[in-house]
Design a protein around this ligand. Sequence first.
Ligand SMILES: Cc1cc2nc3c(=O)[nH]c(=O)nc-3n(C[C@H](O)[C@H](O)[C@H](O)COP(=O)(O)OP(=O)(O)OC[C@H]3O[C@@H](n4cnc5c(N)ncnc54)[C@H](O)[C@@H]3O)c2cc1C
Length: 380
Amino acid sequence: MTEAVENVDILIVGAGPVGMTLHLALAAGGQQSLLVDRRPPAALQADPRALALSHGARELLEQLGGWPTRAATPIETIHVSQKGGFGRTLIDRSDYKLPALGYVVRYRDLAAALAARLADDARLTEAEIIDITADSDGATVALRHAGKLRRIRCRLLVHAEGTPGDEAGVTVSDYVQHAVICEVTPTPGNARRAWERFTPDGPLALLPLGDEYSIVFTLPPAKADAVMALDDDAFVAALSAQFGRSMRFAKPGKRSRFPLALRLRDQLHRGREVWIGNTAQTLHPVSGQGFNLGLRDAWQLADQLLKDGVAGIDLAAYAASRRLDREGGAFFTDKVVKAFSNDCAPLRLARGLGLLALDVFPPARHFVAKRMIWGARAWP
Ligand SMILES: Cc1cc2nc3c(=O)[nH]c(=O)nc-3n(C[C@H](O)[C@H](O)[C@H](O)COP(=O)(O)OP(=O)(O)OC[C@H]3O[C@@H](n4cnc5c(N)ncnc54)[C@H](O)[C@@H]3O)c2cc1C
């Protein structure tokens, strides 16, 4: 027996933070959409990441009622330096007349704040997509949900499935680095200061999160294996050695790891399908750009859909509108990781001079700071 076809205007595959943001931004403008995710909602609550979000991201999420106010820790200063070399830059919120340069939130708290805004029938979870048939008017998606086979016809199919694998149409550049993440308690307290410390192994970030620091400890894979296997005391010693400054760490939480690669989808749209968030671009976590960028994808796509309608939207124009932001973010993070993750003496000197120049030459520092605060809106 052939199952009935259900109709929706917009089907969003992937109910992570980016998919949910798109759904809520569309709903705010009166446009319905359906979210589909293969995992249960509880899976989002198990994600160990903490995310540094820009001031601009906060403004967008607040408009949707999806800003986790009490779970967000403001970043008041950012200290950037390199291990084993001179030069440092300090970015201070007081230069920008803002309450904070950015905020740190746990992925799970952000996901919970967004999910709390969803209507009961907004998403199908634990849904397995079996087939997608795309044509010039839309797509038909066959999926299994709660033991039943369903066929959903949509006029626009949005992909928000997160980081893609090694698949056709995605250009991959492996950093041969893994991020080991966990939370630690610092002494003295974090003073709402974020640290970005470049080391030959890769960047080390300390992000203030409540009374803790959320650590992103980037290392070559073999060293990451070793660090994952350390007991807590030895881990704290390894972290202190990498940080190289007078701060004590205690009570490290559970460690997790993520392999890091730049993954750029060559085409953001095909027919009536469009890709946003990490499935469109997955960046190195240095300087915390990934979700900020995905949020702006969702915002821009919603804006264009609300203006032009589902039938009228020009997906090529949407893709063109995202080009500067995504390519700028990918270029910036890629170049920073490659220029800083080595022990080459001339490069160390150049990096030191660069950090010094940023510190003593306010327009250069403001350029970098505004990129972090506003994203593409800061580009000339
Ligand atoms: C260590 C680390 C630190 C980071 N730090 C920062 C930071 O400080 N700031 C920042 O902005 N970004 C940061 N990021 C990046 C950020 O985590 C991502 O950009 C963000 O999570 C992307 O959201 P998303 O919704 O696109 O994808 P995801 O969060 O991966 O969600 C994708 C969803 O799609 C679902 N899905 C996948 N496949 C299917 C399918 N076939 N069918 C149905 N559903 C599917 C998944 O179950 C999931 O729920 C960091 C990343 C890492 C690894």
